[in-house]
Design a protein around this ligand. Structure first.
Ligand code: GAF
Length: 404
């Protein structure tokens, strides 16, 4: 099934759910926003560094229409056992309006993005796995943002401004002090193109992935993460301590040579956090160059270095993610593999020769079962189906395979 067919199917599902849930009305607005996989450049965005993500064919769709009065009623079909599927609240008349206590997190995101809006009915459907490190929150924020932009006449904002509004919603209402990567790629990403984003200037460049013999394989560890309750914020503070010790506004300005000096002024932990960030920013620009020149061997090596640094220096990996990377590494034809996203669970991303794909998937499925410590992973892989998406948005050349 092509990406376009998948998207059309999802839109149809959302429209059917809408008419079933809100009898007598038809949706007048329909929007979609993709999740992302980050190829390299992890925990660099909030340090004003570079990132190299790409938009996925996994999307969040929102359909709806204005209603009489000021009630917002949203039904979500997205999987999330911890959250109510239906929510009703009064349309915020301004950014300071308080929501009912107990409203689900995604309802708060609606509010965060909202300009004064009329009441509306909407249905949300998503194929982005929640908490899987593929940016389900940003996809929801961006879908909501686009929905409101269509629903309420007003200025159409540019990508950067829209991304900042969505990011602010995440900070304020979800309590996650995230960087700007996920929102930017959800807004600016195109299928089969990586986005080289400079998180200081917020300028970006689309890097086409033109090699037809290469595959991006995303493997879900089955372990879900919660960025807000994880150590994400602690990592950010440690980076600020390092930058301050060097007298710099951010670690983007730091050089490899600064590390020696830094070691004298900060704890070993802060030193290692900074070493990851400084190295990762350099790796990301090198990886973008490797992608442009089709040097996948070099790209894969940088991915492996990135994972090692995230595991040892930044300490955001997990045994399940490490095992997936180790297993993938051992497969002939694999260029490189690493955790993707914030870490502490979620997914790995692997770059490999197309001809090695079936072997790699079999290897991961069979070998992962031999580990007893990764119950969630075993469960995931036992019941695995893999969706192969080729022909994405007409000119796609690199298939993305999702093993989840
Ligand atoms: C999460 C955050 F939301 C991003 O901003 C980024 O920091 C990422 O973790 C790590 O690279 O996805």
């Amino acid at each position: 099934m092509s990406d376009r067919q998948m998207l059309t199917g999802l839109l149809d599902e959302a429209k059917r759910a809408f008419t079933a849930h809100f009898p007598g009305s038809q949706p007048t607005v329909a929007v979609a926003a993709p999740g992302r996989v980050n190829l390299i450049g992890e925990h660099t965005d909030y340090n004003e560094g570079f990132v190299l993500p790409m938009a996925l064919p996994l999307v969040t769709v929102m359909v709806g229409s204005p209603s009489d009065g000021s009630t917002i009623e949203v039904k979500t079909l997205a999987e999330d056992a911890d959250e109510p599927r239906d929510v009703t609240f009064t349309a915020p008349s301004g950014p300071e309006t308080k929501l009912n206590p107990g409203s689900p997190r995604w309802a708060k995101l609606h509010k965060g993005i909202a300009r004064p809006v009329p009441g509306f009915h909407a249905v949300v459907v998503s194929t982005v796995p929640l908490g899987g490190g593929l940016s389900s929150s940003a996809a929801l924020e961006v879908a909501t943002y686009k929905f409101l932009e269509q629903l309420v006449p007003g200025p159409i904002r540019g990508t950067v401004e829209a991304a900042m509004i969505c990011q602010r919603a995440e900070h304020t209402f979800a309590g996650v002090p995230c960087g700007i990567m996920d929102q930017m790629v959800s807004l600016a990403g195109c299928a089969q193109q990586a986005v080289l984003l400079d998180c200081r200037s917020l300028e970006f460049e689309l890097v086409p992935m033109k090699e037809s013999n290469v595959v991006v394989l995303i493997t879900d560890s089955g372990v879900r993460h919660e960025l807000a309750s994880s150590e994400y914020g602690v990592r950010q503070q440690e980076c600020q301590v390092a930058a301050k010790a060097l007298g710099l506004p951010s670690l983007r300005e730091a050089k490899q040579d600064d590390l020696q000096e830094l070691r004298r002024h900060v704890s070993d932990v802060v030193f290692r956090r900074a070493r990851h960030v400084i190295g990762e920013i350099a790796r990301t620009t090198q990886a973008a160059h490797a992608l442009k020149t089709g040097d996948f061997g070099a790209f894969g090596k940088l991915m492996l270095e990135s994972h090692a640094s995230l595991r040892c220096d930044y300490e955001v990996s997990s045994p399940e993610l490490d095992q997936l990377v180790e297993l993938a590494k051992a497969v002939p034809g694999v260029y490189g593999s690493r955790l993707t996203g914030g870490g502490f669970g979620g997914c790995t991303v692997t770059l490999l020769e197309a001809s090695a794909t079936t072997g790699a998937i079999n290897h991961l499925q069979v070998r992962a079962r031999t580990y007893t410590s990764v119950g969630a992973l075993i469960h995931q892989l036992n019941s695995a189906t893999h969706k192969e998406t080729t022909g994405s948005f007409e000119e796609s050349t690199i298939p993305i395979i999702l093993l989840c």
